[in-house]
Write a new protein. Structure first.
Length: 205
């Protein structure tokens, strides 16, 4: 089933989720307080992005040779629907790594989308609750730098330099000045280490 949720293309989704993870790593060195993460070496030919809000809501995105698949869980909206069962039957078997990943808690889901590499649109798994939380939980994937700035200032309760956010959304190579523009107290070496894990580009020393 096709759905009207305006998710970016696979390459753009990869860039955006890396940018969100890099921004969170700069603004929140403490892992426990971050929303977004990205692991560029999740598995052989696999990358994984995730969001956790600390209140029981999360989503997991797997990018691999097959394409991309994302599954989310809004705990207050969970019902007794057949969504978790339908994910296993409706998502193509090409996405077996996604379907069988224990870390993604596939038995807990309120929405799921997938897109093969050659597809022109995302497909949505049928059977979830009418209000599944996807619009809210995936909003920053399409909101651009201004949307992230507004969210981060509310969540982290610090001013956030929109020029620096814009630079990271554009995947400009990470530099000391970009890091310090977002967090004057950042540990530079630690942040570059986070960038390596995320797969975010780094400028020349």
């Amino acid at each position: 089933m096709k759905d009207s949720l305006d998710l970016p293309s696979i390459p753009e989704l990869r860039r955006v989720t890396q940018s969100l993870a890099m921004l969170d790593a700069i603004l929140s060195p403490e892992w426990d307080y971050r929303y977004y993460s990205f692991n560029s070496a999740w598995g052989s030919g696999e990358e994984m992005a995730s969001m956790r809000n600390g209140s029981g809501d999360d989503w997991f995105l797997l990018l691999d040779h097959a394409g991309a698949a994302i599954k989310g869980f809004a705990h207050e909206l969970a019902d007794t629907s057949l969504l978790s069962q339908n994910i296993q039957t409706q998502v193509p078997t090409d996405f077996s790594s996604f379907l069988n990943e224990p870390a993604f808690s596939m038995q807990h889901a309120t929405f799921c989308y997938w897109r093969k590499t050659g597809d022109s649109a995302w497909s949505k798994v049928d059977g979830g609750p009418d209000h599944d939380g996807a619009d809210e939980m995936l909003a920053l994937l399409g909101s651009g730098p201004s949307g992230y700035k507004e969210w981060a200032e509310d969540y982290y309760e610090v001013p956030v330099a929109v020029d620096a956010v814009t630079a990271l959304f554009a995947h400009q190579p990470l530099s000391d000045s970009l890091i310090l523009a977002l967090n004057p107290d950042a540990d530079i070496d630690f942040t570059y280490g986070q960038a390596q894990e995320i797969g975010y580009p780094r400028g020349a020393p």
